[in-house]
Design a protein around this ligand. Structure first.
Ligand SMILES: [Zn+2]
Ligand SMILES: [Zn+2]
Length: 177
């Protein structure tokens, strides 16, 4: 959804979007983020004071993420708030160009006086991702030697060798009288 910054005044405009799973499908890339796991609810408000636009929002949904340890996908709740401001000046009359006065990560989202809400939401989803993703506390990960998923099966690589020397005594019998 594209919002023209000229339509924003000091009275905040509110946007509520429900982004379906297909909005950000798993592209099959071998990345960590694998797309949405159900609809993503996004509510944003944009207001303007002098030459500063304030964007505030909230995201709520579920994400598909690849576990760093076992590389299997898992689902994780997304529930985050964000807010940032854009310091901008609209140049005169015809031109709707927005000049940004400060370095801001979000500069790239302003094009010809318009912002693309979807892009902002994507960025916020990325920012919400954990530094380390782990499907569960107890994830055993992959065997570093053979690559077996140790959550599913055991492999022999890391098993300590048993003590030799215990010979089996089975079959030994004493005959009485
Ligand atoms: Zn895992
Ligand atoms: Zn192994």
């Amino acid at each position: 959804m594209i919002v023209d910054l000229k339509s924003i005044s000091d009275d905040p405009r509110h946007f509520n979007l429900t982004l379906e799973r297909a909005w950000w499908p798993d592209t099959g890339e071998d990345g960590r983020f694998l797309g949405l796991d159900g609809p993503l609810e996004a509510s944003l408000s944009i207001s303007k004071t002098d030459q500063v636009y304030l964007l505030e929002g909230r995201l709520n949904g579920r994400l598909r993420i690849r576990c760093d340890r076992c590389l299997e996908p898992y689902s994780q709740d997304l529930d985050c708030d964000f807010s940032f401001s854009l310091a901008a000046s609209l140049s005169d009359d015809e031109s709707t160009e927005v000049e940004l006065e400060e370095e801001d990560l979000s500069v790239e989202f302003v094009k010809e006086g318009q912002i693309e809400l979807d892009e902002i939401i994507r960025e916020q989803v990325y920012l919400s991702l954990p530094m380390k993703s782990q499907c569960r506390e107890s994830c055993l990960g992959l065997c570093p030697i053979c690559g077996t998923d140790l959550n599913k099966t055991k492999c022999v690589c890391q098993q300590k060798k048993g003590h030799p020397g215990f010979s089996k005594l089975k079959g030994l019998r004493f005959r009485g009288d």
